[in-house]
Design a protein around this ligand. Structure first.
Ligand code: IMP
Ligand code: MG
Length: 179
């Protein structure tokens, strides 16, 4: 796996430090709220598990799985809910936790869908923001890192379902994609 890596973009230490900052900020903002953290599967799983340990508040978590891609690797704009939340979110203060916002199509669909269920508030926290390929405007409340338009893996993010367990965010060698 390590042999496939071209460059580490964000180190383990940088991720840790940033999550500590995000956690403290979220903790402040949600002091007297009814916080429900919604993790978008599967990419945001590592981020969620580290982030919630930096938020010293009573909170609950739930999971959603969506697919924005048809058969190709490009965003199609067609978003499908593969797994929905377990519980009703009416009156809850939702914090959506996502791995990366790229075109924004997945998130804008998801946010509209969740808003229609009448939570008290909805905010978005993303580890990575890739603004160059944005197709629809998405308002991000908490951002870990803004990155250039490169395909990245690690710390939850995959290529063909592999590399999610790398503890840092990196770029793969070009030959990995062509093989
Ligand atoms: P969007 O709808 O284009 O914003 O796509 C968001 C989803 O595409 C993310 O949740 C990721 O699963 C995937 N994605 C976008 N860019 C990358 C990347 O650089 N590496 C891995 N997955 C990515
Ligand atoms: Mg994903």
């Amino acid at each position: 796996m390590q042999n496939d890596i071209k460059e580490i973009l964000i180190s383990e230490e940088e991720i840790k430090q940033k999550i500590r900052e995000l956690g403290k900020q979220i903790e402040k903002d949600y002091k007297d709220k009814d916080l429900l953290v919604v993790c978008v599967l599967k990419g945001a799983v590592l981020f969620l598990s580290d982030l919630i340990r930096e938020i010293n508040l009573p909170l609950s978590i739930d999971f959603m799985a969506v697919s924005s891609y048809g058969n190709s690797t490009k965003s199609s704009g067609v978003v499908r809910i593969i797994k929905d939340l377990e519980k009703d979110i009416q009156g809850k203060d939702l914090l959506i936790v996502e791995d990366i916002v790229d075109s924004g199509l997945t998130l804008s669909y998801l946010i509209e869908n969740l808003k229609s269920r009448e939570p008290r508030s909805v905010r978005l926290c993303t580890l990575l923001d890739k603004p160059e390929k944005r197709k629809v405007k998405v308002s991000i409340d908490y951002t870990g890192f803004v990155i250039p338009d490169e395909f990245v893996v690690g710390y939850g993010l995959d290529y063909a379902e592999v590399y999610r367990n790398l503890p840092y965010v990196c770029v793969l060698k070009p030959e990995v994609y062509t093989n």
